[in-house]
Ligand binder design. Sequence first.
Ligand SMILES: C[S@@+](CC[C@H](N)C(=O)[O-])C[C@H]1O[C@@H](n2cnc3c(N)ncnc32)[C@H](O)[C@@H]1O
Length: 186
Amino acid sequence: MSPEQKLERLKELADQAMSCPDFVKFHDSPSGDPYYRFLFLVAQEFRPKIMVELGVNFGEGSANLAAGNPDGIVIAVDARFENLKHEQIGKILNIEMIAGETLSAVGQVHQHGAPNLVFFDSDHEEQYVHQEFKAYDPICALGAIQIFDDLNYHGVRPVWEHDVDGLKFEHPGLHGEAGIGIRVKT
Ligand SMILES: C[S@@+](CC[C@H](N)C(=O)[O-])C[C@H]1O[C@@H](n2cnc3c(N)ncnc32)[C@H](O)[C@@H]1O
């Protein structure tokens, strides 16, 4: 499948996620959950061997990725695991948790190999978003799927507009007003 075809398929999966049932659900999110269902569908369809969630919170993103592709590994990075209700994801066998800043964890993540999927959702301050993208993009495999959450918050939009180039689209409904963008690395 060419990168262009992959992007088109990702658009179809995003639309499908808007109306399909939940796969793994930990709590009710006020901003809506279709993007969790999207993560499951993407993992199920593309079978990314190495999946990374940067900023994990309750862990629903990692849990959906892990359930979508039980043969892959999810590396879940968060600086504040101790404050979070992560008991559920701690029990999921194909999730490895790294406690620390995402920028410090890049080497540890890379030890697993080149990520095939990265979900960017940690610090949304512009300089941090910029540095995080510049740190993780080079270690991603060609054809990697990159998902940027909360495009309309804080500093994410400028980085999405100016640094995240190439094959990409923004989905209007997948994460409500917060916005979400998807890129295929070429
Ligand atoms: C928006 S929440 C993540 C939500 C999660 N991805 C989801 O979709 O359910 C942001 C998370 O990023 C973490 N975080 C913020 N800045 C960070 C940093 N510099 N390094 C690592 N984690 C960070 C916070 O502790 C928080 O759990």
